[in-house]
Design a protein around this ligand. Structure first.
Ligand code: ZN
Ligand code: MN
Ligand code: MN
Length: 283
């Protein structure tokens, strides 16, 4: 059975996330380990970390991933932003480690007009620098495939592969496929042929063994629109068929799948989306 879940809010304290996940019916969750729109944030206290781990135990939820803050751009040509990004990303790595999370998902970066090759090199250099400060770690960094909005890199599997090829600690780097992003980037996983071809390409270019996480989102915008707008499962341009193929794909039964769809505090949307996804299993 696939491991299904959703991104959970940490409002009121990071230890609340597993409780929310349980309430929404998640097997797995993704979290931000700090406010995702700020550069800095208070360190996690021992008390918070212990409470988080206790709540994971209590609920049986497997916390699989942290997602990095949106301000971070490891490809930024702006010296000030770049410096802040490195510091903030290192903090993200530390937080994920403190919480015992296996994965930190991040958007590769935006080159902001400097060019794709320079951007790719800068991202890889950043990761090498950051990982070199951590000789011993259980944390794997996951490059998220993007929709390619603006100058964001990572909208072709080749770009993710180029970055991975430059990374020194290869056993600590992986990839995350966001269904909305790759569809918006031009990979048509809504049809059987397109689905087959997409994963053949992924395997050839990156290698399925690097694929550690899925973000399950339908897409408000069309194929190859290069616009990143998440939609509820089955309500967008991707449609249910894509999710049916994914959930029943034998290759992906042990890869956690996380919703990042719009929601209110009561999480009724998550509950509904999870119900729809689970109804597709075995069909
Ligand atoms: Zn993301
Ligand atoms: Mn995503
Ligand atoms: Mn997105």
């Amino acid at each position: 059975m696939p491991l299904l879940g959703a991104h959970m809010s940490i409002e009121g304290g990071i230890f609340n996330a597993p409780l929310r996940g349980k309430e929404a019916g998640c097997d797995v969750i993704q979290i931000f380990t700090k406010n995702n729109n700020q550069w800095k944030s208070k360190a996690l206290s021992d008390k918070e970390i212990t409470a988080f781990k206790e709540n994971l135990d209590k609920t049986g939820i497997k916390a699989v991933a942290s997602h990095d803050a949106y301000l971070i751009n490891l490809a930024s040509p702006n010296k000030d932003v770049y410096k802040k990004s490195l510091t903030a990303f290192y903090d993200e790595m530390n937080r994920a480690e403190e919480l015992g999370l296996p994965y930190l998902v991040f958007h590769p970066g935006a080159h902001l007009g400097e060019g794709e090759d320079i951007g790719i090199k800068r991202i890889a250099d950043s990761i090498n620098l950051l990982q070199s400060k951590k000789a011993k770690t259980n944390l794997t960094l996951l490059l998220e495939a993007t929709a390619g909005q603006g100058t964001n890199l990572g909208y072709r599997f080749e770009q993710l592969a180029d970055i991975i090829n430059l990374i020194e600690q290869k056993e600590k780097i992986g990839a995350c496929i966001d269904t909305c992003h790759i569809f918006a980037a031009g990979y048509d996983i809504s049809t059987k042929d397109g689905y087959t071809k997409t994963f053949e390409e992924f395997d050839k270019i990156i290698g399925l063994k690097r694929l550690k996480l899925f973000h399950l989102n339908d897409s408000k915008k069309g194929l190859a629109s290069r616009v990143d707008r998440h939609e509820h499962i089955g309500k967008g341009m991707l449609g249910l068929n894509a999710f049916k193929m994914l959930l029943n794909d034998k290759r992906f039964q042990n890869i956690p799948m996380i919703l990042e769809t719009p929601k209110e505090k009561d999480m009724k949307e998550d509950k509904k989306n999870l119900k729809i996804l689970r109804s597709l299993i075995g069909r």
